[in-house]
Every structure is written in structure tokens, then in C-alpha cells.
Write a protein that binds this ligand. Structure first.
Ligand code: DHK
Length: 150
């Protein structure tokens, strides 16, 4: 039996713990804590709970995605650099059989060529890039509407 309770797993990948100090011209001055507060608030406003995880390790992100299969109703993920390299994260997201929204703070399509390709996008129901931190809010709202919670 499922133990889902209207929960979103919100994942941030490598180097996003450095938000606020890392390349502020691209990623802004806000911190990961600001992102997490925004996500919690957006989820609460939509009647959902948010579980948040940032990791610099691919396997940790994959384990969390596997666990979400039975504990969450949707996933928001900023895979950061793993977007462009990780078949394993894309496979895990497919295996989770949950709606996934991929978020990028920056518009990856205006940046280096290697950032234009995402292994994750084919496993996502929606992709948001270039909206800054608001992208996380849009992702939560989109999952809430898919889940019929708003
Ligand atoms: C974050 C990163 O760390 C980069 O590796 C991606 C993404 C873009 C972002 O815009 O949030 O290429």
C-alpha cells in the first residue's frame, strides 16, 4: 500500500550548495537556503509537503529518487551539471514513475554548447530554464496542478 501524503521531493544537484557565492552574475545572490524556503512555502500554499535534498553526489541523488517512488507524488529536480552527463539520473527518474519537472536557474540555452543538451528532459513532464529562483515556484505549482491539489 502506498504511504503518499501529497509530497514533493525537491532535489538540487552539485555545486548548488554554493548558491549566493558561486558565479552570482549567472546564479544570483540568493542562497540554497532561500531556494529551500521558497520551495517549502510554494508547496505549503499548494497544499503539498516538500522534502528537500541537495547533494554533490550522483548516487545520493539516485537513491533519493528511488525512495521517492513510494514516498512522493512528484519530483522537482535541478540536476545542475548532471543534467548534461547523467544517463543514470535520467534512468532513475524514469524508474520512479512520477511526474518530474526539471529546473535550471539560468537559461542553459544561451550558455555554452555543452549545456544545451539534457539527458533528464526526456524523463520530465516540463522543463523550466532561465526564470531564476522563480523556476522552482513554477515547478511546484505545475506539479500541484497535475496532482489536482490546487
Ligand atoms: C546549474 C548548474 O550547476 C549548471 O551545471 C547547469 C544549472 C545549469 C542552473 O542553471 O541551475 O548547466
Amino acid at each position: 500500500m502506498s504511504n503518499k501524503t501529497g509530497r514533493l521531493l525537491i532535489l538540487n544537484g552539485p555545486n548548488l550548495n554554493m548558491l549566493g557565492t558561486r558565479e552570482p552574475g549567472i546564479y544570483g545572490a540568493t542562497t540554497l537556503q532561500d531556494v529551500e524556503e521558497l520551495c517549502r512555502r510554494a508547496a505549503a500554499e499548494a497544499g503539498l509537503e516538500a522534502e528537500l535534498l541537495q547533494s554533490n553526489h550522483e548516487g545520493v541523488l539516485i537513491d533519493a529518487i528511488h525512495a521517492a517512488r513510494t514516498t512522493a507524488d512528484g519530483i522537482v529536480i535541478n540536476p545542475a551539471a548532471y543534467t548534461h552527463t547523467s544517463v543514470a539520473i535520467a534512468d532513475a527518474l524514469r524508474a520512479a514513475e512520477l511526474p518530474v519537472v526539471e529546473v535550471h536557474i539560468s537559461n542553459v540555452h544561451t550558455r555554452e554548447e555543452f549545456r544545451h543538451h539534457s539527458y533528464v528532459s526526456p524523463a520530465a513532464v516540463a522543463v523550466i530554464a532561465g526564470a531564476g529562483l522563480n523556476g522552482y515556484r513554477y515547478a511546484v505549482d505545475h506539479l500541484a496542478s497535475l496532482l489536482g491539489e490546487d
